[in-house]
Design a binder for this molecule. Sequence first.
Ligand code: NAP
Length: 307
Amino acid sequence: MSAIRLGLVGLGKIARDQHLPAIAQTPGIDLVAVASRNAQAQGVANYPTIEAMLAEVRLDAVVLCQPPQARFAAGRAALLAGCHVFLEKPPGATLSEVEALAALAQEMGVTLFASWHSRAAAAVDAARDWLAAADIRAVHIAWKEDANVWHPGQTWLWEPGGFGVFDPGINALSILTAILPEPVRMLSADLDVPANCAAPIAARLQLATASGVPITAEFDFRQSGPPSWDIIADTARGRLVLAEGGNRLHLPNGPQPAEPEQEYPRLYARFVELVRAGASDVDVTPLRLVADAFLIARHHAVAAFNG
Ligand code: NAP
């Protein structure tokens, strides 16, 4: 079986930190081209736009690593060119555009993969399995990091469709919705929006499972020092702590042996599997919770952000 010829769009932080190394180590997929307005990769054909790339190279698949605001137009162009498409998270700036891409992928008979890298973190499956047999009483999420350390110069984050603190916060929601045994709904959202930004710098959320288990979440971009990427579940069997963005699990009997972090290699293995199987994987549940938070939010004006 010949390797999937892949084009990458948006050569920024996540593309360089994670996608390029993960592609290089995944059997069955080869990076042959990159489309980025201001950057070039070595050893592949480079183009300034996805349109130029699609016109000049024969590709089987495209991975979109730009900010969410640019995702739909590029996704549509790639699907119409008959390519399988791998979407970075969040899969789009709105729910309706992701649904339109999913419908187009089906019409074109190609794969659409809406990836959630945090769901592929090392301890997420073990946490889900442990919680399946636990009587969950309450859940708390603390997802806090310093925007200046983790997102320097990323002005798109603070624009409409950039999600602000929900850009990392949606990772917590992607894990939450993968490890709880029942659906979750958004009850209230308090969003702190800096005077010079269109998107929140912090959020305090109340959610609940369908049967009423309370869930609270604190997302904050004003953290100083190390980040907190923790989900804590209190159960009849004791406390579960899923720490380090889903990569470390602490159970009542102590810390569990840590597996190596392999989020992006796992995503690429899954993408190759989906393409070979002729299937798609588009779960918008985390994006829907973010949309619901914005729908019912109370907004609080806070000091301007100096990024
Ligand atoms: P980034 O460093 O700003 O890179 C994004 C790249 O996309 C830019 O370098 C830019 O390259 C290109 N681009 C195309 N259209 C753009 C537009 N309208 N505005 C800005 N850039 C545009 O961002 P990133 O951190 O890689 O994040 C990209 C996506 O990956 C986001 O959806 C984010 O949620 C996700 N992600 C990020 C991380 C992380 O740790 N940073 C982790 C996981 C997932 P050109 O100027 O060369 O076109």
